[in-house]
Design a protein. Structure first.
Length: 371
């Protein structure tokens, strides 16, 4: 009599799987890891006095930085940035914005000192922006990204804040930033709205430690009419400047999609007090200046393809039929929309003949945008 051993089906399947693994080496392929970039040596943090004004953009000391890229493909390179004065600036090597990667994945380069450093692993065809307020994200030629603080202590900056003005969301700037060749320290405490919704901007502090005010719209609006209702600014000292502009956080000073209404005398009592500008300002066809008498005004510009019309009308409010103080149409060098946003800035022009002596404040009743 033969005995038949009954083996459960599930046990047979388990045994077959074990035999497959042991005898034939069956396995699930490992998922390929994503490319990475990392730092192995970091330069010291930029420690210049944040209130110092007698320096030029890019007039910084340098240091060495090193790292390793893993998973990089042939032809890919490193782009290095240092953050100083509110912007990330590309660190060039022998005039080029790229750092080569060695066969073992290591890279090494010189950087101008900043409070933070960023390393981007990029494709061969990637074209990095010279300056940017926000770093590029992974995609569109950026393969990997790493950010690190500089070694040692760095300036402690006030935190930016978000506020609502005229139905739009705005953020404030903070820390030292260059404007029109002049470096100012921006403090979010100098920007607020009152119980009626009017916007206040203030220059506060004392000689040698002035703090300025800036807010920027959190989104781009593009072509259309931009209207600013501004109370009397004739009380501003000659070195206090109020600007109402569009400005792109990516690029260089000559290609930031910048359209300006500038209110101030740039440190000289005899100067005009209102400028219309399509940047760059040094192109004669892009600049118009005039003198407006004391009073409240509505300044606006109509931005269209190939044309922008600036106007200043007496009164702050409904300006239909109001007295036109000035109007000018620009057709040369008018930018197309991109990543620009509205900026409202009150700051100190430190290159003027007459130093600022007192705190200054301006009030803007309303901002309007019409497509």
């Amino acid at each position: 009599m033969q005995l038949r051993l009954m083996v459960p089906v599930f046990l047979l399947r388990s045994l077959l799987l074990v035999f497959c693994i042991v005898l034939t080496g069956c396995h699930t392929p490992k998922k390929k890891s994503a490319p990475m970039v990392a730092f192995s040596r970091v330069a010291v943090a930029y420690q210049e006095n944040p209130y110092k004004t007698d320096i030029f953009e890019r007039d910084y000391k340098t240091g060495m930085i090193e790292g390793r890229a893993t998973g990089a493909r042939p032809g890919q390179r490193i782009v290095l940035y240092a953050k100083t004065d509110g912007r990330w600036g590309v660190c060039r090597q022998s005039g080029q914005p790229f750092t080569n990667i060695e066969a073992d994945g290591r890279w090494k380069a010189s950087v101008h000192l900043g409070i933070q450093y960023a390393a981007l692993l990029v494709d061969p065809t990637y074209s990095p922006p010279e300056q940017t307020e926000s770093l590029p994200i992974v995609g569109d030629g950026v393969v990997a990204l790493a950010v690190v603080n500089g070694e040692g202590p760095a300036p402690v900056l006030p935190s930016p804040k978000v506020l609502n003005f005229s139905g739009y969301e705005w953020t404030t700037s903070t820390g030292p930033i260059f404007h029109a060749g002049s470096r100012s320290f921006f403090d979010p405490a100098n920007v607020w709205t009152d119980e009626r919704g009017a916007l206040h901007l203030r220059i506060s502090g004392s000689p040698g430690k002035w703090t300025a005010a800036e807010l920027k719209l959190t989104r781009s609006l593009g072509y259309g009419t931009y209207r600013f209702q501004v109370r009397d600014t004739s009380h501003l000292e000659p070195s206090a400047v109020l600007t109402l502009i569009t400005w792109d956080g990516v690029g260089t000073e000559s290609n930031r999609r910048e359209l300006d209404v500038e209110l101030g005398r740039w440190g000289n009592l005899d100067n005009t007090n209102v400028n219309y500008v399509v940047q760059p300002y040094y192109v004669p066809a892009n600049f118009v200046a005039f003198r407006a008498p004391p009073g409240a005004y509505t300044h606006f510009f109509r931005w269209e393809p190939g044309q922008v019309t600036f106007s200043t009308v007496a009164g702050s409010g409904n300006t239909d039929g109001g007295r036109v103080i000035s109007r000018h149409v620009f057709t040369s060098g008018v930018p197309s929309p991109g990543g620009e946003s509205v900026r409202i800035t009150l700051y100190v022009f430190h290159q003027g003949q007459i130093p600022l002596k007192n705190e200054n404040e301006v009030i803007i009743d309303k901002f309007e945008y019409l497509p």
